[in-house]
Design a protein around this ligand. Sequence first.
Ligand SMILES: *[C@@H]1O[C@H](CO)[C@@H](O)[C@H](O)[C@H]1NC(C)=O
Ligand SMILES: *[C@@H]1O[C@H](CO)[C@@H](O)[C@H](O)[C@H]1NC(C)=O
Ligand SMILES: *[C@@H]1O[C@H](CO)[C@@H](O)[C@H](O)[C@H]1NC(C)=O
Length: 444
Amino acid sequence: MRCYRHAFLLCLIFAFLSLLYVFNQLASTLEDRGSRDLTERRIPKRSSHDSGHLPRKRPGLTGLRDHEGGVDRCKSQSVSYWSPYWRLPADVCGVNCFMDSSFSGRSGSAVKEHRDERSHLAVVACGSRLEETLTMLKSAVLLSKKPLHFYIFAEDDLHDSFRSALDSWPRMVQNKFNYKVYPISFPEENAKEWKKLFKPCASQRLFLPLILKEVDSLLYVDTDILFLRPVEDIWALLSQFNSSHLAAMAPEHEEPRIGWYNRFARHPYYGKTGINSGVMLMNMTRLREKFFQNDMTTVALRWEEILMPLLQKYKLNITWGDQDLLNIIFSQNPESLYVFPCQWNYRPDHCIYGSNCQHAEREGVFILHGNRGVYHDDKQPAFRAVYEAIQKHKFGENMETTLLQPLEATLKTTTNTYCGRASHLFTKRLKQSVMSAKEHITQR
Ligand SMILES: *[C@@H]1O[C@H](CO)[C@@H](O)[C@H](O)[C@H]1NC(C)=O
Ligand SMILES: *[C@@H]1O[C@H](CO)[C@@H](O)[C@H](O)[C@H]1NC(C)=O
Ligand SMILES: *[C@@H]1O[C@H](CO)[C@@H](O)[C@H](O)[C@H]1NC(C)=O
């Protein structure tokens, strides 16, 4: 009898403890869900600097589908006894999430709130630039070891093509980046006036600090850029800014005798030969806060205040659109610009009349910029060869044997041109990047 009573008591205690456990689990699940809802409603949960902000209206971007890929796509709901994976909501991808959350998981997203590891890359694609833009993004993904976030501003009829192309990349590759496609738009305030004055596609980049209000920093690149070095390497230059720097660009020319601005410009320009805006690093937090000196009023103006009067004053004298406006602004605020060397923005100008980018001579080309359409015609076969090698490369193939070595062979056939003669510089750094990307993959 006593034995039974003991057993009964034990059972009772066990039942009580189980009940406690159930309640505990339930409570923590609810708590989790609550806090997750909060973070999700805070739409721009991107950089470390917006973590404290309340939900904000995003001008001109309503009705956009958030197409975040990779890490953020899965809700990091963990699979437990109380929510086995067959009972997870439809938008949670069971097994993969389970894998994701057990490796990067909760603690990963907690870390992200504090320190954003990603490089934020923006591009504006209009007209026939789809393929070129995808090749640029591919070069970024192939060589980078840290996660990336892409902000793709494109004409509406390109949106679906971007999404289906990027979504078709292998899952391993997709895990390295998030992306979002945006329409070409102007800040809501004064949108009508902006539209009257600015050609939408060409000037979109000037408005990025005002459209992406919640983003701290951004690397803007033209569509005809190819990364030959991981994106995080140029991103790291942000940390070299002194307290007055808010943007970084490369000079337009190394050689004043063939420079454009110093020979032809009818407006102020930065430094000896002007700056090229094809690769532009911005600390947009600072850009939005800065009061800029200018030659229109004695009062310093904010970014959103300076663009329109500047255009009105100079519209008859500018040739290269927004790049000219940037030259004018930084010529009047030179302390705000960090100038990086030419190998971060290497153009045909650097080799077309003989090699004149000394930094590239020493360390190789880091970012190739095939402006003037050289990826698509026969004027600079060396530039075209790099483009086609990356465009044709299939994810997952051995980059050394199917990309680098064939490219080196093709470049040897272009030495009848000046740029072809400098083309060993195109692969000098790329070779290192490929080796270290390969190592990174095998380590994982
Ligand atoms: C940009 O500038 C702000 C304000 O000075 C600073 O807090 C932030 O860390 C900078 N961002 C980066 C990526 O350096
Ligand atoms: C535009 O160019 C003309 C001719 O070079 C010059 O006289 C004029 O001052 C320029 N306008 C501005 C606003 O600099
Ligand atoms: C930052 O560097 C620029 C040169 O790139 C210089 O003109 C400026 O005075 C520096 N700012 C500070 C606060 O040291």
